[in-house]
Design a binder for this molecule. Structure first.
Ligand SMILES: [Mn+2]
Length: 426
């Protein structure tokens, strides 16, 4: 346990009980190390209110608390604050019971003086990069609206493992340098030592939550996804969708286009996902870019980073005038040169990023990890070049999947066999 300091703070009892998940009347599982002697004088933060409370030292007191489990009696309370890994928990103790049996009068805890300790709790459900959660999209007021699309209904089961439903949760649970929100609701930004600059400070970010996926009903899920993306875009925010399997790019891109009109689409992926249909389905994660390409609102369409491509999809792209660059082209020409050659300046751009464009060694936890991909730095350079081509009105990052580390190795072995056999027999 670390060192603690506390100052008098006021939180309503109902709010506090809600935050800590309940009230108990014993100290049975409060570690000794956090018990300190009772403070000699504690005054309620609001003595005239039944929900006033004071935290002094490690103790809190309430002027009174209505406690249904005690037969509805209104009781004076004293409690103990326990801090575990930055989260504040509370146990209350009825004042008429011994409080100090397990506490030492000699314990002088550093930081017990009246010092500010900052926020006591943070939301149990993490948001993307610590952005404020927005429940009502009609009231969204942000520059960037993150949208989780936790589905893998587009995966071609049973030939490819699912698990991309977990992508939004997995991304939310990461901890990056971009994670704090200022009191005014805008982002605190992040510091980049490579450029010695601070970025994104003051930008309003919002976590718009997850699309309510309708299990087994792909059209309904996609209709909801489109409506959510359109609403976020109509509120003036850049749509940043986090999948989910790659099938989400069609409904998300469609919603963005419904709000913005004509958009150019740039697709970054090891795979073209340009099949007219697969096993009779036109909505799974191998056809969604074809669907996006077919929208009347899609002006120009470019695919970058391809390396695992069926010949019929290659021929369809050629026939339909889709600009594309293989992984090899990016490696040989360089990311910027490829973008300069293929991505035209545009009014508005939607970018779909399948994380499997990266080398499988970098992203073993993707749905279909492919060896021989570009590096993270090369992808960053590619995206930086695209960002200069016009207004990015939305993008998605897809195919972050749960628990597939072994598949990356198997895919690498399989491709190695293919490539070696090809070298031998050609
Ligand atoms: Mn892919």
């Amino acid at each position: 346990m670390g060192e603690y300091s506390m100052s008098t703070q006021s939180v309503s009892v109902p709010d506090l009980i809600r935050l800590v998940g309940g009230v108990t009347d014993t100290f049975e599982d409060v570690p000794d190390v956090v018990l300190v002697p009772p403070q000699p004088a504690i005054t309620s933060a609001n003595p005239n209110s039944t929900d006033g409370m004071t935290i002094s030292g490690r103790f809190m007191s309430f002027s009174s608390l209505y406690e249904p489990s005690r037969g509805g009696a209104t009781n004076p309370l004293r409690g103990c604050v326990r801090i575990v890994d930055g989260y504040t928990m509370m146990q209350t103790h009825w004042q008429d019971r011994p409080l100090v049996e397990r506490a030492s009068e000699e314990v002088g805890m550093p930081g017990d003086a009246e010092q500010p300790v900052g926020p006591l709790t943070r939301s149990a459900t993490r948001t993307f990069f610590g952005a404020p959660a927005v429940d009502d999209l009609d009231r969204l007021d942000a520059r960037v609206g993150f949208l989780g699309v936790p589905t893998d209904q587009g995966v071609i089961i049973p030939f490819i493992r699912s698990g991309a439903f977990a992508g939004p949760r997995l991304v939310r649970e990461t901890r990056t340098r971009l994670r704090e929100t200022r009191p005014d609701g805008a982002s605190a930004g992040w510091f980049d030592i490579e450029t010695e600059r601070h970025y994104l400070e003051g930008v309003r970010l919002a976590d718009c939550g997850d699309v309510l996926i309708a299990g087994g009903d792909m059209p309904l899920s996609q209709a909801r996804t489109t409506a959510a993306a359109r609403k976020i875009a109509e509120r003036g925010a850049m749509v940043v969708a986090v999948g989910g399997d790659h099938s989400i790019s069609f409904p998300v891109g469609r919603g963005v286009a419904e709000a913005h009109g004509m958009v150019d689409v740039v697709h970054i992926d090891a795979h073209p996902d340009f099949a007219d249909s697969i096993y009779g389905s036109k909505l799974q994660h191998g056809s969604q870019l074809r669907r996006l390409f077919e929208l009347p609102s899609t002006k120009r369409f470019t695919a970058l980073g391809l390396r695992s491509v069926d010949r019929d999809q290659y021929e369809d792209m050629k026939r339909l005038g889709v600009g594309f660059a293989s992984t090899r082209a990016i490696l040989e020409e360089g990311p910027r040169a490829v973008v300069e050659r293929l991505v035209q300046p545009a009014d508005k751009l939607y970018v779909s990023i399948d994380i499997d464009v990266l080398d499988s060694g970098l992203v073993p936890g993707t749905t279909l990890p492919e060896p021989g991909g570009i590096s993270y730095r090369q992808l960053r350079e590619l995206l930086a070049a695209i960002a200069t081509k016009g207004q990015i009105v939305g993008f998605d990052v897809v195919e972050t999947s749960a628990a597939q580390a072994d598949l990356a190795t198997a895919m690498t072995s399989a491709w190695l066999i293919i490539h070696f056999l090809t070298a031998i027999l050609s």
